[in-house]
Design a protein. Structure first.
Length: 119
C-alpha cells in the first residue's frame, strides 16, 4: 500500500512527494492567511510536488491578501486549472468526468469510486 504522509508546510522543506494536497482553509474574522502570506512558504508549497499539486480552499481569501497568491491563481486561471469543485473521472469509463461540489456528490456521482454507468 502506498504511504501517505501528513505534515505542515514548515516540516516539508527539502522533501518531495509525487502528489501534494494542500489545504488553504483559513477561518478567522479578518480572513488573514498568516504565514502563508510569505513568498518563501508559497515557494516551498509549489516546489514539493513531482507529479501533481491539488490546492483546496478559499481562493478569494488568498488572492485578496497576497500579490504572490493572486499572481499564481491568475496563471492557473489562464491555463484552465481552476475548478469550482473537485474534478474526478471514472477509471472504468475515462470519458465520464464530473465536478464534485459537496459531500453528497461523491455518493451520487461516483458510487464505489467509479461512476453511475453500468460496467
Amino acid at each position: 500500500m502506498p504511504e501517505v504522509q501528513l505534515t505542515g508546510a514548515d516540516n516539508y522543506q527539502g522533501e518531495e512527494s509525487d502528489i501534494v494536497i494542500a489545504s488553504l482553509t483559513r477561518s478567522n474574522p479578518d480572513g488573514a492567511i498568516g504565514f502563508m502570506k510569505s513568498p518563501e512558504r508559497l515557494n516551498v508549497l509549489l516546489s514539493r510536488a513531482r507529479d501533481g499539486l491539488i490546492l483546496i480552499g478559499n481562493m478569494d481569501t488568498f488572492e485578496s491578501k497576497s500579490p504572490f497568491w493572486s499572481h499564481l491563481f491568475s496563471l492557473l486561471r489562464q491555463a484552465s486549472h481552476i475548478y469550482e469543485g473537485f474534478p474526478v473521472k471514472c477509471e472504468r469509463h475515462p470519458t465520464r468526468k464530473a465536478i464534485l461540489r459537496d459531500a453528497n456528490d461523491f455518493d451520487d456521482r461516483c458510487p464505489d469510486g467509479g461512476c453511475a454507468e453500468p460496467w
